[in-house]
Design a binder for this molecule. Structure first.
Ligand code: AHM
Ligand code: MG
Length: 333
């Protein structure tokens, strides 16, 4: 039997060479994994735990919340609020930032998260996940406000996502490569199974919701059309297409076998710059993808360099294999 390296042990190894990895960050990761293990357990039991279906409420973005959206949000809060690592948190499912209650110590980190990404897939038993991003509170352990969260993605201390698929996996980065851990439910630990993941720079696989095609901008229309034209088109090669409608699943696939994922700007709702949210979807995923050697852009600018203006700001997302992302970026110029 081989004894694996746990996520906590990986962080202790990393701490010796990476000054950003302090004991509070390691503690915070411990709390986040508690949240993810609980959500994983609920997702796996589905109807048996009565967690499927709608919660009958809407979030700040006007989206109908699933029971598991609401439950996962509560699990994240209760798993991470008490140990003095966080100053406040923000989530897709909460209108405003959540302050650490007075009975708990306040820490120096800020957490943003999407507690259950891809939640339209819950009831049909398709992979979903949780996404998170860790920032430093510019006020130290002082009481943060919303402004303190509005930092560009380049300021992230760490980011990760947990995938509730055929196996439960945590993929994360502390700015020194992208690492993958598989949950061994027998011992309740995430074990380091995927070391320094690298995204191949080239790909023949794209991911986009083509039902929105008529709303896309010309550079994206051109890129996708050329992929679809295949061998007889300007790319002179056949492409494959995948769309799971769970960003976590698409990004994990891209980390493993390359690919490009696009949820571009469209004119469906001119008031929105895209569908995905900058602070707890696009930024953490961009950090993970860039640390694995991939690219991430809106088409016009590097996602991680955007200075956020609002907590729930939306953004166009084009990420994955570097050479394809660069090509789409060139089409935008
Ligand atoms: P969610 O956070 O409400 O689940 O929305 C984000 C998800 C992404 O995971 C996925 O890429 C996208 O929405 C799918 O959107 P669509 O249903 O338009 O295909
Ligand atoms: Mg989401």
């Amino acid at each position: 039997m081989q004894i694996g390296v746990t996520l906590q042990q990986y962080l202790l190894i990393e701490q010796k060479k990476n000054s950003k990895v302090d004991n509070d960050l390691i503690g915070l990761f411990g709390d986040i994994t508690v949240a993810c293990k609980n959500i994983s357990n609920a997702v796996r039991h589905g109807a048996l735990y009565g967690v499927l279906g709608s919660a009958g409420s809407e979030n700040v973005q006007g989206e109908t919340q699933k029971k598991l959206d609401v439950m996962s949000n509560d699990v994240f809060i209760h798993s991470t609020e008490r140990n003095g690592y966080l100053g406040a948190m923000a989530s897709e499912e909460m209108d405003d930032i959540y302050h650490i209650p007075d009975q708990f110590p306040r820490g120096k980190y800020l957490l943003t998260f999407d507690p259950l990404d891809g939640s339209s897939n819950i009831d049909v038993n398709i992979t979903v996940g949780s996404i998170f991003s860790i920032l430093k509170n510019p006020k130290g352990t002082g009481k943060p406000d919303t402004q303190d969260f509005l930092q560009p993605g380049t300021q992230q201390i760490a980011a990760g996502f947990c995938l509730y698929g055929p196996s439960t996996m945590m993929v994360m980065t502390v700015g020194n490569g992208t690492q993958g851990f598989t949950l061994d439910s027998g011992i309740g630990e995430f074990i380091w199974t995927h070391e320094d993941i690298e995204i191949s720079p080239d790909t023949k696989e794209f991911s986009i919701n083509t039902s929105n095609q008529r709303f896309w901008e010309d550079p994206v229309k051109r890129y996708i059309q050329e992929c679809k034209d295949g061998k007889t088109g300007p790319r002179a090669t056949d492409f494959n297409m995948r769309w799971v409608a769970s960003m976590v699943a698409e990004v994990y696939r891209i980390l493993n076998r390359g690919g490009i994922f696009l949820y571009p700007r469209d004119t469906k709702d001119p008031s929105k710059a895209g569908k995905l949210r900058l602070m707890y979807e696009a930024n953490p995923m961009s950090f993970i993808v860039e640390q694995a050697g991939g690219g991430s852009t809106t088409g016009y600018e590097r996602i991680m360099e955007i200075k956020p203006e609002a907590l729930h700001q939306r953004v166009a997302v084009i990420l994955g294999s570097k050479n394809e992302v660069d090509l789409v970026r060139r089409y935008h110029q």
